[in-house]
Ligand binder design. Structure first.
Ligand code: 5GP
Ligand code: ZN
Length: 122
């Protein structure tokens, strides 16, 4: 299957991976709307909200909560928007949840690599 996100899961396409386990992978969006814009995807290829299994959705939610804490701690975000596109507005046809940080004071967009380093700092 010619799916970009499946290739990100196998490592065929590199990504700035923030977290992964048996079921999900979290990585930085290549074309972020704000600093720390992440995507959470299931490792099993499913299309959209209709196809995702409830167990995986629940797990995704747990991981999302952890990522919110990480963004608050490392990037000092003031807010967070979750978006999950379906149908014609879904560009990549592998389920993904966007986590888009919001900053009260606004922020210049930094290179994705710089954001990755900040998130990975101990
Ligand atoms: P959609 O409109 O399908 O919800 O959004 C797809 C998202 O995937 C976009 O925000 C886009 O920047 C991101 N994206 C597309 N291709 C790649 C890629 O190869 N690597 C990464 N990290 N993100 C990608
Ligand atoms: Zn896929």
């Amino acid at each position: 299957m010619n799916c970009i996100f499946c290739k990100i899961i196998t490592g065929e396409i590199p990504s700035y991976t923030i977290y992964e386990d048996e079921f999900v992978k979290v990585f930085l969006d290549i074309n972020p709307d704000s600093n720390g814009h992440m995507l959470i995807i299931p490792k099993k290829h499913v299309l959209d909200i209709t196809e995702i299994e409830n167990e995986i959705w629940n797990h995704l939610l747990d991981v999302t909560k952890n990522m919110k804490s990480l963004l608050e701690e490392k990037l000092k975000i003031d807010g967070l928007t979750l978006i999950q596109n379906n149908g014609v507005i879904q560009e990549v046809k592998h389920f993904h949840l966007h986590l888009k940080p919001y900053y009260k004071e606004g922020q210049d967009l930094l290179p994705v690599e710089e954001i990755y380093n900040k998130l990975k700092e101990l």
